[in-house]
Design a protein around this ligand. Structure first.
Ligand code: SF4
Ligand code: SF4
Length: 214
C-alpha cells in the first residue's frame, strides 16, 4: 500500500515559497521514492531548480519514512542546516508534511499533492482501492470497493450506463459493478447483489477522526 502523490507545478511551489529564500528540502524514502515524486533524484532536481531561481538551499535529506516516529531523529541530525533555513520544503505525502510540521516551528511547505492510497498492480502502476470511508462493505461486494471501483461510487448495483462491462463515464475503464457481479457469481454469492446498502452518512463523521489503541 502506498500513498500516491504527484508533484505540484513549479509555479505553485514558487508561489508558496514567495518571501522564503532559504530552503531545507526533505524527501521520503518510501512512498514518494516509489512514485518518483520525492526520492533522492527528485530532491536533487528540486534543489537545482530552486538554486536556479536564486534560492539558497541550506541542505536536504531523504527521510526513510517521512510519516513515522524516526522523522524527529532524522530532523534533529540536520538541525544546523534546518536552523539556517527559513522554511522546509517537503517532498512527501501530506502525512509526512503533518509529521514534520509537528516538530518544526518554521513554515513547512508541501511540494506534492496527495492523491490517494493505492496498491501497485504492476511495476509503476498504482490504483486506488479504498477511500477510507469508515464503513467497509467489501464483505458484500466480493472484495471490490464500490466507492473506488465505480466512477459514481454507487453502493447498490450499477447505474443504467454500464455497457458491455465498461463504464459510461470512461469507456476505457471496467464497470466496477460488473466486476463485483462477476466475482460474486464466481463465488456463488450473487444473492448479495440484492442486499441493500444504506447510504453512507458522511455528515455524521466527526473530524478529525481519531482512535486510541489500548
Ligand atoms: S467500502 Fe471501500 S472505501 Fe469504505 S473502507 Fe471499504 S474499501 Fe475502503
Ligand atoms: S457504468 Fe458502472 S462503474 Fe460506471 S458509473 Fe455506472 S455503475 Fe459505476
Amino acid at each position: 500500500m502506498k500513498s500516491i502523490t504527484k508533484q505540484k507545478t513549479f509555479d505553485e511551489i514558487k508561489e508558496q515559497l514567495d518571501g522564503l529564500d532559504r530552503v531545507f528540502i526533505v524527501g521520503c524514502g518510501t512512498c514518494a521514492t516509489m512514485t518518483k515524486t520525492g526520492g533522492r533524484d527528485e530532491v536533487l532536481g528540486m534543489k537545482d531548480r530552486l538554486q536556479e531561481l536564486g534560492k539558497m538551499v541550506t541542505g536536504w535529506t531523504v527521510i526513510p519514512t517521512a510519516c513515522d516516529e524516526m522523522t524527529e531523529v532524522a530532523l534533529r541530525e540536520n538541525n544546523g542546516a534546518i536552523n539556517s533555513s527559513n522554511c522546509i520544503l517537503v517532498m512527501s505525502c501530506a502525512l509526512g508534511v503533518h509529521k514534520i510540521s509537528s516538530y518544526i516551528e518554521r513554515p513547512v511547505i508541501p511540494a506534492l499533492d496527495t492523491l490517494f492510497i493505492g496498491l501497485e498492480d504492476e511495476p509503476g502502476n498504482f490504483h486506488e482501492v479504498c477511500a477510507q470511508c469508515g464503513q467497509c462493505v467489501l464483505g458484500q461486494t466480493a472484495g471490490i470497493c464500490p466507492l473506488t471501483a465505480c466512477h459514481k461510487g454507487l453502493l447498490n448495483g450499477p447505474c443504467g450506463g454500464t455497457n458491455k462491462g465498461k463504464c459510461e463515464v470512461d469507456i476505457t475503464k471496467d464497470c466496477g459493478w460488473t466486476l463485483i457481479y462477476q466475482r460474486l457469481e464466481a463465488q456463488g454469492r450473487l444473492d448479495l447483489m440484492r442486499k441493500y446498502q444504506p447510504p453512507k452518512n458522511y455528515q455524521a463523521t466527526p473530524r478529525p477522526r481519531t482512535i486510541k489503541i489500548a
